[in-house]
Design a binder for this molecule. Structure first.
Ligand code: PGA
Length: 254
């Protein structure tokens, strides 16, 4: 019913030349991979290059960030129109590294999310609790507040195009993947909140899990009812390991 979506978040890794080398190998490896949306978010300088190198493969491009204004005096920023022009279809918004390291607030995130939707692109909205918040028993409260704040200005008519990524901060880049049961519990909670907001549309919204996803952990995570794909950092930098995650279905017993 929901088509899985596996996205690579390369963060600040790979030059355009390294991106081309990845693309060459990756295009061969994913030949024939069906029934899954594949998305890659390289750093800005490699976006066009990657789009050209993977043309015809069905792989879609994402940006890791964007500014909500269409143009103006915003040194160092990139607009949605610029991303659309080079064939970008998705934009990651609200990643915990942007929230934590760059001070992004829910108010700014919801402005971006709405601008992405208005510009005809699709947001991948990240939410997730820190270790301290989990240990204090505040996971659901934190996730609910992030959803509320980050979706405050979202376009109801485009609800079904939204992708949510649940990324527990304690699992990002640490090698500590959430157990499938723990992730499912939060995913179900997120879907419940989306249903309260948008009713039936919530059934269509894809919710990715992110945080140290590896080829070994992917099948059990993806087999969970409310996990519809992954947002993959470290393991997406290598074509073979990213491909093994994409082809998780080959290893899921149904
Ligand atoms: P990781 O990163 O897979 O390296 O934990 C995931 C992310 O931050 O999106």
């Amino acid at each position: 019913m929901r088509r899985p979506i596996i996205a690579a978040n390369w963060k600040m890794h790979k030059t355009p030349a390294e991106t081309l080398a990845f693309a060459k190998e990756f295009a061969e490896l994913i030949r024939g991979a069906e029934g899954v949306d594949i998305v890659i978010a390289p750093p800005y300088p490699a976006l066009s290059e990657l789009g050209r190198a993977l043309a015809g493969t069905g792989v879609m491009l994402a940006a890791q960030n964007v500014h909500p204004e269409p143009a103006g005096a915003f040194t160092g920023e990139v607009s949605i129109g610029m991303l659309a022009d080079i064939g970008c279809q998705y934009v990651i918004v609200g990643h915990s590294e942007r929230r934590g390291l760059f001070g992004e607030t829910d108010e700014f995130i919801t402005a971006k999310l709405r601008a992405v939707q208005d510009g005809g692109l699709r947001p991948i909205l990240c939410v997730g609790e820190s270790l301290g918040e989990r240990e204090a028993g505040r996971t659901f409260e934190v996730i609910a507040a992030q959803l509320e704040g980050s979706l405050a200005r979202s376009d109801t008519a485009r609800a079904e195009e939204l992708v949510i990524a649940y990324e527990p901060v304690w699992a990002i880049g640490t090698g500590k993947t959430a157990t499938p049961e723990l992730a499912q519990e939060v995913h179900a909670f997120i879907r419940g909140r989306l249903a309260e907001r948008w009713g039936g549309a919530a059934v269509q919204i894809r919710i990715q899990y992110g945080g140290s996803v590896k080829p070994e952990s992917a099948p059990a995570l993806m087999a969970q009812t409310d996990i519809d794909g992954g947002l993959v950092g470290g393991a997406s930098l290598d074509p073979a390991s990213f491909c093994a995650i994409i082809r998780y279905e080959d290893r899921v017993e149904k």
